[in-house]
Design a protein around this ligand. Structure first.
Ligand code: AMP
Length: 440
């Protein structure tokens, strides 16, 4: 589990804002579900013989009630969908979420025990157009947050009967090679044979070479959906690779599966940025009607490692440097006046030297420093230093706020502010009073 310190939070806010805005443009609205759910919810949906349920859940019993810290977001969203009978309200529901998930995995780069996911679920639309649009929008989002060349991998694992027939064929093909399989996969041959396909173990990889692929087992309906998905992606111009070994770790999926990878130099080849797929049976499994659904989740920590995005590091626009006790009174009032005009401002009340205060202004990325001492108070003025232009002027106290507002809007901008602004322009809006600026 890791801490996100204020110096890093600007990038988090920017990626979260880009996600919200990207999903909002697609007609998705945010849902917030509890971090704790009944353990049975995850066992039923994710599946008993999966790594998440077998090994990774933080589960405990509280007053006889088995509870689990959510390891992913889909089960909770589907539970909420059923519990609030949303299918009665609207035929299609498009929901997104952001928040922490918990899995007791072995920590590694980009893998944590409390991590954050952004994700979305679309309930009620069975068509492959929905799948293709989701994948295409995700690619757009990744590019927007500075992950330039995401690779999309897709597969179809068909409906439940298709998977059953395929499982039998797979077991039949692997049974003679059982002795060569890893211990985990020997066990999976009985419990969850599909999972052998995404084993990283070299012995397993060799054994599944030449095994039948699930795409050869698709029913006519599955195939129509699969063909539709690829046709729609082609129409959108979204590049993809078909990976018939893509099965993913959770049991609830059927038909479309996809993963998006990228930034291999930063994350390594095996690291998935986004995983998703169809889970047409889950709403019914949870006691609702037969409602098709598709969703995805992306690890925010991984997106942030992968992203080239830089955000402006300015914490405040103005630092007020009072010299002496009396000046602190004047500085506090001026600071409040500036904030009322939506200018971000820190008053340095440490009683430090002017040199230390100006150093503080620099390290906060402030554009202006305002120096107030006894003499200035007596004369009804302040010294206004424009740290970007390296100019200094005496400004009447009554004119300070309008002067700063005018200068910020029209003044010459420093190299740092300029490069930050053009960077932000490429990604999102940045205002002088952007609340998401991190520490320098
Ligand atoms: P999953 O819910 O397993 O399909 O994972 C979806 C995405 O969540 C993955 O592609 C990762 O980006 C992210 N993810 C999953 N597990 C972790 C973890 N332990 N730490 C960080 N990110 C994770």
């Amino acid at each position: 589990m890791n801490d996100v310190l204020p110096g890093e939070i600007g990038r988090w806010h920017r990626v979260e804002a880009a996600f919200r805005s990207s999903m909002g443009r697609l007609g998705y609205r945010e849902v917030r579900t509890p971090y704790l759910e009944p353990t049975g919810l995850f066992v039923r949906t994710i599946g008993e013989a999966t790594d998440v349920v077998e090994k990774e859940m933080y589960s405990f019993v509280f007053h006889d009630e088995p509870l689990t810290l959510r390891p992913e977001g889909t089960a909770g969203a589907a539970r909420a969908y059923v519990e609030h009978k949303i299918h009665n309200v609207e035929p299609v529901s498009r929901w997104f979420y952001l928040g922490p998930m918990f899995r007791g995995e072995r920590p590694a780069k980009g893998r944590y025990r409390q991590f954050n996911q952004v994700g979305a679920e679309c309930f009620g639309d069975p068509g492959p157009g929905c799948d293709a649009e989701m994948i295409d929008a995700l690619v757009g989002f990744l590019v927007e947050i500075g992950i330039p060349k995401p690779d999309v991998f897709i597969n179809s694992i068909g409906n439940a009967e298709t998977r059953e027939r395929y499982k039998q064929a797979l077991v039949k093909a692997l049974e003679p090679k059982k002795e060569t399989l890893s211990a985990d996969s020997q066990r999976r041959l009985v419990t969850n044979p599909l999972r052998i396909l995404d084993s990283k173990h070299p012995a397993d990889k060799a054994a599944i070479e030449g095994a039948p692929t699930v795409l050869d087992f698709l029913s006519d309906e599955d195939r129509a959906h699969w063909d539709g998905l690829r046709r729609h992606l082609d129409a959108l111009g979204t590049a993809y690779t078909v990976d018939p070994k893509l099965v993913r770790g959770l049991d609830y999926y059927g038909r479309t599966l996809f993963e998006i990878k990228g930034a291999y130099d930063k994350l390594g080849a095996g690291s998935t940025l986004v995983g998703g797929g169809r889970y047409d049976g889950m709403v019914e499994e949870l006691g609702g009607p037969k409602v098709p659904a598709i969703g995805f989740a992306a690890g925010l920590e991984r997106l942030l490692i992968a992203s080239d995005l830089q955000v402006p590091t300015s914490v405040v626009d103005v630092l007020i440097a009072p010299l002496g006790e009396r000046a602190v009174d004047a500085a506090l009032v001026l600071g409040r006046d500036l904030r009322r005009a939506d200018v971000r401002c820190e008053v340095d009340t440490r009683n430090a030297s002017i040199k230390a205060q100006l150093r503080r202004a620099n390290s906060l990325g402030a554009r202006f420093a305002i120096i107030v001492g006894d003499r200035e108070i007596d004369e009804g003025i302040v010294e206004l230093k424009d740290l970007a232009n390296r100019t200094q002027e005496r400004v009447a106290r009554a004119d300070v706020v309008p002067r700063i507002l005018a200068r910020s809007a029209h003044g010459v901008v420093s190299a740092e502010v300029e490069s930050a602004a053009s960077q932000a322009e490429a990604n999102a809006d940045v205002s002088l009073s952007a609340p998401d600026a991190g520490d320098p």
